[in-house]
Design a protein around this ligand. Structure first.
Ligand SMILES: [Mg+2]
Length: 483
């Protein structure tokens, strides 16, 4: 497999390893250092403690320098690149709201911002305290696999995971956990399958049986019931795996992870890196995704959910844009047609194509994009821009959870309308994706029967011709129960 030939669905999963982790981190942050949460109490994205709504913590912020190095096409096998990451961590730690205890000790002790100095400091902290297997290196390992997706790169990924872990965490358990988890992320991105046992073969023979037993135990328990403090890397990995095997959606995994109590943001960030690699960035609900933030550097505005997805796609592609200049491009070619019409069932929703962005009605304050959009193509006055990953291909070549993506996008439009926004919903040509989602919104939120919704939305668009693999999703769709 050549990273430049990853399918759209594989790229969605690669982005999921980053976005899923950030969502788990932000979901878990207000629950940190508290008791476990019983099943009958809802887990919600909210502000709490020092954290704003949707704000991620050190877990995601420490992963970002790794992600950005890969997105530049740099090799993590290079000591100088690792040194650059240490330097970014030191800069970040100076103003960060929260830095893990062990990481703070190591960064404070390092004599300079180099990989060698960090490793020496990690060793010194270990020698002084007698232990250094906190969960702080596993929590940031999510992006690493994106640099090792090509065939035959398993051993290099395991070595790199161990090496990056050792920058702050000297103990073998931390390195082993990062190696296993990173290999499982790589496998999930490539195949869509979850397998935590296969990666154990990368460990020396004498350490494998213990990890098999730890995973067996995790699969029998709820994350709440994993023995030992989940500040310890082994218990954190077990809790994350217990969350993953006990739920069948990304949101379900993250909510289950947060129920563990104590180091909730980190367990959910770890779970989100692997579950995101399985379910894809498209599985992160808009209601969470829109609030994600937390980078404090000068480029904070660019590091929202869409920004993380773009960096992840670049990282998975070895730093290269595709032939059209995606995802880094500022502007993509538009169709000649220039479709821009009102939704037949809601005057506050406009439907159109990519070119419509160049002549948006002045009242439009939110844009929902179902195709690739350049950074400069959405007008400045638009307050909310939601980019939806929707692959217009049939059956086997499209294993996104289409029903979930349709429902979440329809709900996003409804939420924006309820907040008073006028919404522009568009794809490249307004042919298949736009009428399909527009009809889904009519069915789910406006009570229009599916057959009529599809017919009337399609008739309103000059080139409307939704594909059958989309219309069948709309036909399966049910009316959303109003809360
Ligand atoms: Mg944290």
């Amino acid at each position: 497999m050549n990273p430049l030939h990853l399918t759209p669905v594989q790229l969605d999963r690669a982005a999921g390893a980053v976005l899923g982790s950030a969502a788990g981190d932000a979901l878990g942050a207000p629950y940190e250092f508290r008791p476990s949460v019983p099943d009958d109490v809802a887990i919600v994205m909210k502000a709490g403690g020092p954290w704003q709504l949707g704000e991620w913590t050190d877990d995601t912020s420490m992963a970002i320098p790794v992600l950005r190095a890969l997105a530049r096409g740099a090799s993590l096998d290079d000591e100088a690149v690792q040194g650059g990451i240490v330097a970014e961590w030191c800069d970040w730690a100076r103003t960060a709201k929260d830095v893990g205890i062990q990481t703070r000790q190591v960064l404070g002790r390092a004599t300079d911002a180099s990989a060698a100095a960090a490793r020496d400091a990690a060793r010194a902290v270990h020698d002084a305290t007698g232990r250094s297997a906190g969960n702080g290196s596993l929590m940031r390992t999510g992006p690493l696999a994106l640099g090792y997706l090509a065939d035959g790169r398993e051993a290099a990924l395991a070595a790199s995971a161990r090496s990056l872990s050792g920058l702050t965490h000297f103990e073998t358990d931390a390195g082993d956990a990062c190696a296993i988890w990173s290999l499982a992320i790589r496998h999930a991105i490539r195949t869509g399958e979850l397998d935590l046992r296969g990666p154990i073969d990368v460990l020396p023979a004498g350490r494998r049986a213990r990890w098999h037993e730890l995973i067996d135990t995790a699969e029998r328990l709820h994350p709440r019931d994993i023995p030992g403090s989940n500040g310890w890397v082994v218990a954190a990995l077990q809790a994350a795996w217990a969350a993953i095997v006990g739920a069948d959606t990304l949101a379900g995994v993250l909510e289950r992870a947060v129920r563990c109590g104590n180091d909730t943001d980190t367990v959910a960030a770890i779970a989100g890196s692997l579950a995101g690699a399985r379910y894809g960035a498209s599985a992160v609900p808009f209601a969470w995704r829109r609030h994600l933030h937390g980078w404090s550097g000068a480029d904070a505005a660019a590091l929202d959910a869409d920004g993380l997805v773009k960096l992840a796609v670049l990282a998975a592609r070895g730093g290269a844009n595709d032939r059209d200049g995606w995802p880094g491009g500022d502007r993509f070619a538009t169709p000649r047609t220039g479709t821009l019409v009102r939704h037949p069932h809601d005057d506050g929703v406009w439907l159109g194509d990519l070119r419509g962005l160049d002549r948006l009605p002045a009242d439009v304050s939110a844009v929902v994009s179902l195709c690739r959009v350049g950074a400069d193509q959405v007008p400045q006055h638009v307050g909310v821009h939601h980019e939806v990953w929707l692959v217009d291909k049939p059956g086997a070549s499209n294993n996104l959870d289409l029903d979930a993506v349709f429902a979440d996008t329809a709900d996003a439009i409804a939420a924006l309308r309820a907040e008073g926004h006028s919404v522009y919903l568009h794809c490249f040509e307004a042919r298949s994706r736009t009428p399909s989602i527009a009809a889904a919104y009519s069915v789910r939120h406006l009570g229009v029967p599916a057959t009529r919704a599809l017919a009337e939305v399609t008739a309103a668009l000059p080139h409307g011709a939704p594909q059958p693999w989309f219309t069948e999703v709309v036909e399966r769709m049910s009316v959303k129960e109003q809360a």
